[in-house]
Design a protein around this ligand. Structure first.
Ligand SMILES: [Zn+2]
Ligand SMILES: [Zn+2]
Length: 836
């Protein structure tokens, strides 16, 4: 810790108690117990140096007056490092105290300090408990009014940050999220009392201590020539400082003597000059070696910058315009409204001229992006920070330019707007004007996979992201159970108009066999939530159920069954699909931007084998680093919106999945999820399409037949809406879908949307691909082998049922294969009797 140059420890004589003599000196038991923690030698507290010598000054009943001689000094402040031992008030047999003055009686006169000047004059300072002095160990909530604990409060990083940087965590996980240590220490605190010297010109030569009603330890006296109370700092502020380097611990890059460093965040460089024209997907750039430093400081403080610790007086900071970050002190209300002027929930970001993040007053100033660590309503995309609001928010903003960004789902072009804040600005308004409205056409958006949020927070984030239906999934993670109390097995948390809702389901998981999302089912929770040991289940948990059985149970309870983050874990989900218990396969952004090729490669196999499973999008949101609905499902409902009509739309596979673009398809009157029949010889079909995008520029639209790209239409970064049609020549039974690609400027092209398939049956023959079926059988066989030989075995009866579920699935597909005249080679796991 840096020591302020404004202070000088006072050399004093008259110390009367050595550490070795503590026991038996008559001090309190706790003092004696913690004697080795009493300060000795040279110490710095609050940036103030103290010379605590080798002995203490101690005044109690047996030593009730003492004279100390100082090496003479003159100073504006005389600072005492000391602590009291205050006798408790007497209590009755029940512990009740009359005229109670607190556990450490408030304002008990401990002693008097009498300052002696060289000219013979004196100044008397009454030393009272919880005022000029406090006891070494006080109860919570008994802080002193005129002195401070010797340990200064401190900001630090989360335990996770510490662990990731290879450091020892400064606090446990929960406490570390507050990012601050409080002042003092629980065992033993000393007090620092800064006495404003009424005769700052006169030489001080010593002091007398006269005991009154308590004991006092005086450890050190320091002279301070400083302009204002040395323990009172100004309020929090920011500066833009070049600190060089980019070590893991940004706190290592700066220090301050009289103040606190609160946070050190790499500066984000935004396109402020063309803010209103810039694209919202553009991430700010991290400035090299420049940081937004938040701190508080005494007016005489010195900051020490960079690894070289170059001193910079706090007073110089304001003279250096490049370092200034305007204080955010002007209260301003933000209103975000729809066309009718009604406030609407949105995701909002704001920053000031230096790129400093400006959150509403009640939102995280330093959002935490880690797993299971932040269920606040914040969102982080690298260094770009946002939060969710209900349409209004209270800010403190800097005067001058501020830069807002507001987004709300995929049908509205995100708004970037610049405001000039003046002393007269009380309110700013952002008006939203959606580019398209697919809800009016019967489309409903959903995220099938969100964890950890409370239902009410999920509802706010869902509405702010334009997601009508959020499926919040309770689950188990080793010995951790999440959202269990939010599960009701009935009903949703909804907005009053019923347009947005959150339903709690479960994600049931096994680390080898796979995960399965059971959505919106009725009645009791389907258990166990996880099986078969880590890393999903806890150590030693047997494999009690397979995905296939979980799925079947969910169907019995009127739920939807979705394979989450498909295709992984890539194992038994094959059996659940073949058993026809699966409504949809969910793509998330995990592992790939947009809709990844693995997802499509795996899903197409099932379509090729005649399993018409819906395309579903979800996020698996587990931290503030993912936004609800970043990948989402559009489903076309029949009738008014409620959870049931949404479920029915998914069951009917009237869905597409998207990370931005919208796509609809109609083949001769059949929409997604439909099927039509053609006579022998097939025919030519018109595939009508509608596409739209408000967020990601569309670069191409592809007609996909049986997994092959049949036709491609290119677009020059389409933002807007378009319609047209393809013609498809169908000769044999096939499935047809549409795929939309898009690309943000300077980014790779991604598949941003994909429809569910329409099946075309020619001459009554099913769609079937033997090579794909063989790969599906492999998965079922692998899963069966695992269950038989490796998985922690459950009770025999449960084990047999689990095995039967897999064998049933195998038989179903295998028979289908043989029925269609295909033969396949058998693995050692599959020497079934038909072939022996
Ligand atoms: Zn999962
Ligand atoms: Zn999950």
């Amino acid at each position: 810790m840096f020591t302020s140059p404004h202070f000088k420890p006072v050399k004093l004589t008259g110390r009367n108690l050595s550490k070795d003599d503590i026991s038996g000196c008559g001090c309190f038991e706790n003092t004696e117990k913690n004697a080795d923690k009493l300060p000795a030698g040279t110490q710095t507290y609050w940036g103030i140096p103290f010379d605590c010598g080798e002995k203490f000054v101690y005044v109690n009943e047996t030593r009730n007056a003492l004279t100390l001689d100082f090496e003479s000094f003159s100073a504006r402040y005389i600072i005492f490092l000391h602590a009291s031992e205050t006798p408790e008030q007497p209590s009755d047999e029940f512990g009740i105290v009359k005229n109670f003055r607190g556990p450490t009686p408030l304002m008990e006169p401990i002693c008097d300090y009498v300052i002696k000047y060289a000219d013979g004059s004196k100044a008397e300072i009454p030393i009272r408990s919880r005022m000029e002095i406090n006891d070494m160990n006080t109860w919570w909530g008994q802080g002193a009014f005129l002195s401070k604990p010797h340990i200064r409060g401190r900001s630090f990083k989360t335990a996770t940050d510490d662990i990731y940087s290879g450091r020892k965590a400064e606090a446990g996980w929960g406490n570390s999220q507050t990012l601050v240590h409080s002042e003092g220490s629980w065992d033993l605190s000393q007090s620092i009392f800064a006495f404003e010297n009424p005769e700052p010109q006169k030489a001080v030569t010593g002091m007398e201590i006269t005991r009154k009603k308590g004991n006092v330890f005086l450890f050190a006296v320091t002279a301070g020539d400083i302009s204002a109370h040395p323990l009172r700092y100004g309020s929090r502020q920011k500066a833009l400082l070049a600190l060089g380097g980019s070590p893991n611990d940004t706190f290592d890059l700066i220090d301050i003597d009289l103040g606190h460093i609160i946070s050190v965040t790499p500066q984000q460089i935004y396109a402020n000059a063309e803010w209103e024209q810039s694209g919202p997907e553009e991430n700010p750039k991290k400035a090299e070696g420049k940081y937004i430093v938040e701190f508080d400081a005494h007016e005489d403080a010195v900051l020490y910058l960079g690894e070289a610790r170059a001193p910079l007086a706090f007073k110089e900071l304001s003279k250096n315009p490049g370092m200034g970050v305007k204080p955010a002190e002007k209260p301003v209300r933000l209103r975000v409204c729809d066309k009718s002027g009604r406030p609407v929930p949105v995701k909002v970001h704001a920053h000031g001229a230096a790129g400093e993040y400006l959150p509403p007053k009640n939102r995280h100033r330093l959002p935490n992006p880690y797993w299971f660590e932040d269920y606040s309503t914040d969102y982080t995309r690298g260094g770009h920070w946002c939060t969710y609001i209900d349409g209004t928010a209270e800010y403190n903003l800097p005067e001058g330019s501020v830069f807002f960004e507001v987004s709300k789902g995929f049908e509205l072009k995100p708004v970037r707007q610049k405001f000039e804040i003046t002393p007269e600005t009380d309110e700013i308004t952002i008006k939203l004007d959606p580019l398209t409205d697919w809800r009016a056409k019967g489309w409903v958006t959903a995220d099938t996979h969100v964890h950890f949020l409370s239902p009410q927070t999920a509802l706010l984030e869902g509405e702010a992201e334009g997601v009508n239906v959020v499926n919040l999934l309770a689950s188990q993670w080793g010995e951790l159970f999440t959202n269990i109390g939010d599960f009701t097995g009935a009903g949703e948390t909804k907005t009053p108009d019923g347009e947005y809702m959150v339903r709690v389901g479960t994600e049931n998981r096994q680390h080898i066999l796979g995960h399965i999302s059971l959505l919106g089912y009725e009645g009791a929770m389907i258990l166990p939530l996880t099986t078969g040991g880590p890393d999903e289940s806890a150590q030693g948990d047997p494999v009690e159920l397979t995905l296939t059985q979980w799925a079947k149970q969910c169907r019995l309870q009127n739920g939807l069954v979705i394979l989450p983050h498909f295709p992984n874990p890539r194992a038994e989900n094959a059996a659940a699909i073949v058993s026809e218990f699966i409504d949809g396969v969910e793509v998330t952004k995990l592992g790939a931007p947009g809709i990844g090729p693995q997802y499509l490669s795996d899903w197409y196999r099932y379509l090729n084998c005649g399993y018409q499973i819906a395309a579903i999008g979800g996020t698996d949101k587990m931290s503030a680093g993912t936004a609800v609905g970043e990948m989402r499902t559009y489903a076309k409902i029949d009738g008014p919106l409620c959870y049931q009509t949404w479920k029915e739309a998914v069951i009917a596979k009237r869905t597409f999945v998207t990370s931005g673009a919208l796509v609809d398809m109609n083949i001769e009157g059949h929409g997604m999820g439909g099927s039509l029949n053609l006579g022998s010889g097939g025919g030519t079909l018109n595939v009508m399409w509608d596409i739209a995008s408000a967020v990601i520029p569309i670069s191409s639209l592809e007609l996909v037949i049986n997994g092959e790209t049949a036709e491609v239409l290119r677009f020059d970064g389409l933002i807007g809406e378009k319609s047209g049609y393809f013609t498809a020549d169908i000769k044999e039974s096939s499935w047809i879908a549409l795929r939309v690609r898009g690309r943000f400027e300077n980014r790779p092209e991604v598949i941003t949307a994909h429809t569910s398939a329409v099946f075309v049956i020619v001459d009554g023959k099913p769609v079937f691909s033997a090579p794909d079926a063989a790969t599906i059988l492999d998965q079922i066989e692998g899963a069966t082998a695992y269950l038989k030989i490796m998985g922690t075995k459950a009770q025999e009866s449960k084990f047999k049922l689990a095995l039967a579920a897999l064998e049933g699935a195998h038989r179903a597909l295998h028979n289908k294969m043989h029925a269609s005249g295909h033969f396949h080679s058998h693995t050692p796991e599959d020497m079934h009797k038909e072939h022996k």
